[in-house]
Design a protein around this ligand. Structure first.
Ligand SMILES: Cc1cc2nc3c(=O)[nH]c(=O)nc-3n(C[C@H](O)[C@H](O)[C@H](O)COP(=O)(O)OP(=O)(O)OC[C@H]3O[C@@H](n4cnc5c(N)ncnc54)[C@H](O)[C@@H]3O)c2cc1C
Length: 804
């Protein structure tokens, strides 16, 4: 065994083998994979091998397509068969909601370059004669679906990697991982120690235990999963063509042909059962779990009704095996904050659809410093230290049970909540707030009026929240609204080198004392890593505000550049806030402070410490509503007093609570982009229209060279806004944008501007068509809707409302 390696990958399942292969493909040869038993000895060996390209996150869908198309390549290099069966597939819908969902997937496929189409029930039955047409309303046909041999795939990755220089040590268990002072790692195994520059935790079923060796508690949990293989079905055996890969959402089952005449049927039952909730036993080997057909009987009953021939066939074999999930069902990929050169590639619940994409992104990230694709949805940084084992358990069960259920745009799921709350949680609840959770923290979405139902009827179309949000928007535009803003991420940056540090990582010039500025943060490749408001509170102290869901993501980046002499702290809920916004906001503030808050004395983008009522606060004149507004930050113990003060003073001005749905409508009307929608690590500042906040003449900063090149070349896409001829559904994100019938981009956000009576959308289109005003359409729920590009925001294009 080697004693030194550039990378040690821990785990020889399909994911670890893919990481190893991709590292060698990119030219890193001194790489090693360590496997405690035989390759595939975790979840991989008993996987059903099914693969498809449908995913709620379009970026993950793209990587799934990459994975499926990769198998031929690794077969060719390794000479090892992957058992590839690209049969094409059908996703079947029994309900109008599911039909709508499939139509959305087909629309999305247009800009992702995937080959999908909606087909009638008749056509579906022609393609898959086992189905009983009476139960279905429509289907999605996808050419890139099928199944592979999981063991063949894993060995093909490993062999190809070996041919390209990697080494694989089987029957070797990693028992300890110890950081060394220079950032490398001692990987201690039962056969000796390897010093590795980087380690990758691809421990699959044991990812938690491997993580614990480095002091990590990863949010992953294994669930039991069962599938069965039928005896030969005469209709299948008689068919000349292999059966299609099938997903029957309402039966909650998937299936494919197995052998000459059998069918493999798997299900994600509602009452899923976790396996080894706290600790995966090391002695668990190439084993299966005890079957429990009772548990999956309800799904099978529906399945046999939908596909009667299967009900007549006997059962040849049942497989029950464990595999891991994360709270949202997407993988955990990337560098771990605070652990130098420690990478994860685990929590992959669809290794045969996703393993290639995970390996590619992680190897890019390790070698190039950037994953090379938008993998925000898989980044480990979407979780923080708030994800307890109990939270993961609740969310994973929820996720497993909902695997084949429709998730509506904006739908909030209840398990594992409330976990993080601010002191106002109950108070706002009494006011009628319905809550969402961001980074585990509860925040108001919208407020139900007195006597109105406290629940949202989730739908792809406008629902009961629509009517409730309208008066919230009006209150902000006509009077004054109050919103809880604690869910933003807030950072305290201090020290003699604080200015130098921020100046290096942020693209804009830093503000003067008492002033706020807006600044993007760029990666070395010039792409957007964040958008912040930055305030200089005093010499050597800055207050930075960004997106709450990106707190760990940003801290990981900040810490990479933090010099001696500067410190950064994420406040989390140690600092909480309320915002008041609207034309009467100043009058409310003036009632409760002793300061002069007139426009002249406290202009736009000013920030100052003030006493607000009884409470010491930091008050900034800024609002994401695009209106006159203030953000007021206080310690949690003062939040209730601040709230009372504002609500009492606001009563005379008609102050009304508003939530994030109203904010979404208001910011769309103003054309403001937001993190994770308009601003993501695949867009540049030029493309996002943020060049005015990128001070190329201030001197070098991270990403400045790339930003200059991008400004000169103009980038590929442009962020633009549209007014849309919508019917009863607004765009919600990820719809294709067409120009003269050709797909030219995609929607990032959409919604209804209540105070203007128009449906709006923002999105990226190719540069060539960006100047056009007409000829656009946006495909909403499978229907092309005429869209007109807006030359200016529908609300206050001159910005006079916030400036005066
Ligand atoms: C019944 C069933 C059906 C499935 N069907 C499908 C399907 O149709 N399509 C699909 O895409 N996915 C399917 N899956 C999921 C699929 O199996 C997983 O996504 C995939 O196997 C995950 O691979 P992995 O490499 O992350 O983990 P694993 O396969 O668990 O691999 C981890 C490896 O790490 C090794 N290891 C762990 N700790 C150490 C250590 N300390 N030292 C050395 N080695 C270590 C283990 O021995 C193991 O071999 C199914 C799963 C089950 C259970």
């Amino acid at each position: 065994m080697k004693t030194h390696a550039r990378v040690v990958v821990i785990g020889g399942g399909v994911v670890g083998a893919s990481v190893l292969y991709h590292l060698t493909k990119a030219g890193w040869r001194d790489v090693v994979l360590i496997e405690r038993s035989e390759l595939t000895s975790g979840s991989t060996w008993h996987a059903a091998g099914g693969m498809h390209t449908v995913n709620g996150d379009p970026n993950v869908a793209k990587l799934q397509a990459y994975t499926i198309n990769l198998y031929k390549e690794i077969e060719a290099i390794s000479g090892q068969s992957c058992g590839i069966h690209i049969t094409a597939g059908l996703m079947l819908a029994c309900t109008p909601e599911r039909h709508d969902f499939l139509k959305m997937m087909v629309s999305r496929a247009k800009y992702l370059g995937l080959d999908m189409e909606m087909v009638s029930v008749e056509e579906a039955a022609r393609l898959f004669p086992l189905m009983d047409k009476r139960h279905f309303v429509g289907a999605l046909y996808n050419t890139l679906e099928g199944h592979v041999d999981p063991s063949g795939v894993t060995h093909a990755y490993a062999k190809a990697a070996r041919i390209q220089g990697a080494e694989v040590y089987r029957h070797t268990r990693v028992v300890e991982t110890k950081p060394r002072p220079d950032g490398s790692w001692d990987v201690v195994t039962d056969k000796g120690t390897i010093v590795a520059e980087h380690i990758v935790n691809a421990g699959g079923l044991w990812a938690r235990e491997v993580g614990r060796m480095a002091g990590l508690e990863l949010p992953v949990l294994a669930m039991e999963h069962q599938y069965l293989i039928t005896e030969d079905v005469p209709e299948v055996a008689a068919s000349e063509k292999e059966m299609l890969h099938i997903i029957d959402f309402d039966g909650e089952i998937y299936m494919r042909q197995e052998g000459r005449g059998g069918m493999l049927i798997g299900t994600y039952e509602r009452a899923g059962v976790p396996w080894s909730e706290r600790q995966t036993p090391w002695e668990f080997g190439h084993e299966l779990l005890e079957n429990d057909l009772e548990r999956i009987a309800p799904s099978l009953e529906v399945g046999f009704e939908h596909f009667p021939a299967l009900g007549r066939a006997g059962i040849r074999r049942v497989v029950n095996g464990p595999f891991t999930f994360t709270p949202d069902g997407n993988p955990l990929v990337g560098p771990v904050r605070g652990l130098k050169n420690y990478w994860v590639a685990c929590g992959v619940m669809a290794g045969l659809s996703q393993g290639g994409g995970v390996g590619l992104s992680l190897s890019n990230w390790m070698i190039e410093g950037d994953p090379g694709a938008d993998i925000w949805g898989m980044d480990i940084a979407r979780y923080g230290d708030w994800t307890t084992m109990a939270y993961t358990n609740a969310k994973v069960r929820e996720n497993y049970s909902r695997r084949f259920r429709v998730r509506f745009p904006g739908e909030e799921l209840p398990a594992g909540r409330p976990l993080r709350t601010t002191p106002l949680y109950e108070t706002l609840g009494r006011e009628g707030a319905l809550f969402g959770a961001a980074y585990g923290l509860e925040y108001p979405l919208w407020y139900a009026a007195d006597g109105e139902e406290r629940g949202e009827h989730w739908s792809f179309r406008r629902n009961n929240a629509f009517a409730a949000v309208a008066p919230e928007c009006r209150a902000v535009r006509e009077g004054v609204g109050l919103m809880e803003i604690s869910a933003y991420a807030k950072y305290d940056v201090t020290g003699p080198k604080a200015e130098e540090f921020l100046d290096r990582i942020l693209a804009n010039r830093l503000p003067k004392e008492g002033r706020i500025t807006l600044s993007p943060m760029l990666g070395e490749n010039g792409r957007l890593l964040g958008d912040f408001t930055v305030a200089r509170l005093s010499d050597g102290r800055f207050f930075v505000i960004g997106s709450g869901i990106a707190e760990a993501y940003h801290m990981r980046w900040f810490e990479r550049f933090l010099p001696e002499g500067a410190a950064i702290r994420a406040y989390g809920t140690d600092l909480v806030g309320l915002s008041i916004a609207g034309p009467r906001a100043r009058e409310v503030l003036a009632e409760v402070v002793h300061e002069d808050v007139s426009h002249a004395a406290f202009p736009l983008l000013a920030i100052r410490r003030m006493e607000v009522g009884l409470v010491p606060a930091l008050v900034g004149r800024i609002s994401f509503t695009g209106d006159l507004g203030y953000e007021i930050w206080v310690k949690p113990e003062h939040q209730r007093a601040l709230y009372r003060t504002l609500v009492d003073a606001g009563a005379a001005f008609g102050l009304k609570h508003f939530g994030s749905r109203a904010l979404h409508s208001l910011r769309l009307a103003k054309g403001y982009g937001t993190w994770a929608r308009e601003y993501r690590p695949i867009y540049t500042a030029t493309e996002a229209g943020l060049d005015r906040f990128v001070a190329l003449n201030k001197g070098a900063f991270v990403g400045s060279e790339a930003a200059l090149r991008e400004r000169e070349s103009g980038g590929t896409y442009r962020l633009v806004s549209f007014e849309v001829d919508a019917a009863d559904a607004d765009a919600s994100g990820d719809e294709p944008i067409l120009h003269q019938g050709k797909t030219v981009g995609w929607v990032t956000s959409g919604g209804y501007a209540h105070t203007h009576g128009v449906s709006l959308a923002m999105g990226y289109v190719r540069n060539e068509v960006a100047p056009a005003l007409d000829g656009f359409s946006i495909e909403i729920m499978g229907e092309g809707r005429r869209a007109r590009r807006l030359e200016e925001p529908v609300f206050d294009p001159d910005g006079m409302r916030m400036r005066s």
